[in-house]
Write a protein that binds this ligand. Structure first.
Ligand SMILES: NC(=O)c1ccc[n+]([C@@H]2O[C@H](COP(=O)([O-])OP(=O)(O)OC[C@H]3O[C@@H](n4cnc5c(N)ncnc54)[C@H](O)[C@@H]3O)[C@@H](O)[C@H]2O)c1
Length: 246
């Protein structure tokens, strides 16, 4: 039941939503691999978990690099002996109108959000299949439905939806579920980097007129990671104050 004694890799857990997910899974008994591009961020989250009685290691890795992700998976197996849960949370934004967007900004966001998630899935799914159990949770965004100024980000997050649905089908018979959590505006660094006026506009457009909490997203991820959530796959759970309905 739950995630007790399961091993979870959470990408981008050196800050924001990822750190919240890592702490939530650790509080529920999981061994946590805090994977981030930022060594300092990863170490801070891992230290915090350990200081609160949990089990965690910090792993610095770039999800856009296949060798680095493979090495991170090897290290996880070496330390904890198993991989049961993968949360693809790391992401990046580089917003602008398509008319001003550079190819570099397109590539950075697509490589981080989409290719990075694909790398991590590819690196763990063989192992999960061999143990006939796995939970993959991909963090997209309500923005996959489209957002002006985010043609790169919306495309990458929509790509994650396709990736999730394909893998849900490919691995359903191996005890592996693959699901999506799609946050709207969450009180976390990515949203807080937007101009204040834009932040207010987004919140005003939501049926529930407050920013979401990191805890709201972490609870949704925990639900999909649970041992017992074994008949739910290929699902999108919006954590967006109802914004996707508007
Ligand atoms: N904050 C929001 O309102 C919001 C809304 C919808 C979706 N999201 C999604 O939630 C996730 C987390 O967002 P956040 O607000 O916590 O952002 P954040 O910027 O605080 O966290 C992103 C983390 O990913 C790490 N990262 C970036 N590139 C990486 C790479 N190549 N390899 C490894 N790690 C890398 C960063 O170092 C950082 O720690 C993202 O996928 C984002 O798209 C956020």
């Amino acid at each position: 039941m739950g995630v007790n004694k399961k091993t979870a890799i959470i990408t981008g857990s050196g800050s924001g939503i990822g750190a919240g997910i890592a702490k939530k899974l650790a509080q529920n008994g999981a061994n946590v691999v805090v994977l981030d591009l930022s060594k300092q961020g990863a170490e801070e989250t891992a230290r915090d978990i350990i200081n609160n009685g949990g089990k965690a290691i910090a792993v610095q890795a770039d999800i856009t690099s296949w060798p680095e992700i493979n090495a991170a998976v090897e290290e996880t197996l070496h330390v904890f002996g198993t991989i049961d849960i993968l949360v693809n949370n790391a992401g990046a934004i580089k917003d602008s109108s398509i008319l001003k967007m550079s190819e570099q900004d397109w590539d950075l966001v697509l490589d981080t959000c989409l290719k990075g998630s694909w790398h991590c899935c590819k690196a763990v799914l063989g192992y999960m299949r061999s143990q006939n159990f796995g939970r993959v949770v991909n963090i997209t965004s309500r923005a996959w439905l489209g957002n002006p100024g985010q043609s790169n980000y919306s495309s990458a997050k929509a790509g994650i939806v396709g990736l999730t649905m394909s893998l849900a089908l490919e691995f359903a018979s191996y005890g592996i579920t693959v699901n999506i959590v799609a946050p709207g505006f969450i009180e976390a660094p990515m949203a807080r980097r937007l101009p204040l006026e834009t932040q207010q506009k987004v919140i005003n457009a939501q049926p529930i007129k407050r920013p979401g909490r990191i805890e709201d997203v972490a609870n949704a991820v925990l639900f999909f990671c649970d041992d017992e959530t074994n008949y739910i796959t290929g699902q999108i759970l919006y954590v967006d104050g109802g914004r996707h309905v508007v």
